[in-house]
Design a protein around this ligand. Sequence first.
Ligand code: ADP
Ligand code: MG
Length: 204
Amino acid sequence: MVGTLTGDEFKALIDTLSTLVSDHANELTALDSAIGDGDHGHNMKRGFEALMAEGDAISAKPLGEALKAAGMKLVMTVGGASGPLFGTLLMTLGKEIGDNPDRAALNTAFRKAVDSVAARGKSEKGQKTMLDVLYPMADALDLGSGAADISAVAASAAEATVPVLATRGRASFLGERSIGHMDPGARSVALLTAAVVEFMEKRG
Ligand code: ADP
Ligand code: MG
């Protein structure tokens, strides 16, 4: 999200992400059925549909305010543990990023946003949650990685949650039985990242 998206582009991005989440809702729910309560795909679909329904109003705002509004919408509509966490990510990003960020501003804002998720979730990297993807992404941004690399980092970080023992979130209730499955929230972050990167690359 380096450079300013027009309102129309921001709205198109919301539509793209909502369609993506709908298309992958069953997959996300299957992952959550294995190590959680099987609602993650449904939760995300409901939230992103609600976001899309407000696409016009949200996209009329400057970038920072748009991200904050999107985050608030997700808090209110996704539910579960992941709703407040995705919401916190976007709200902090919106608060920190400014309306026309350069790469340095993006990097700083993204790390603050990830830290705010950790604070909200009382969690840290290595516990088999979305943070296991978000922190490697923040590191890749700091290293100056390009968009495609960040997408690849997110995908492999999600994959790397498979052998991890869950020690936070619902999956931690399963103890050793959480091993051998990908974390659903980690998969969501990787999916969304790939779509944002693809959108930004097409836009040039
Ligand atoms: P719930 O667990 O309440 O059913 P979801 O199924 O929508 O909520 O989301 C589960 C995902 O949320 C997990 O896969 C994990 O990535 C993330 N998550 C859960 N608890 C935490 C936490 N404390 N910190 C970070 N991420 C978490
Ligand atoms: Mg769940």
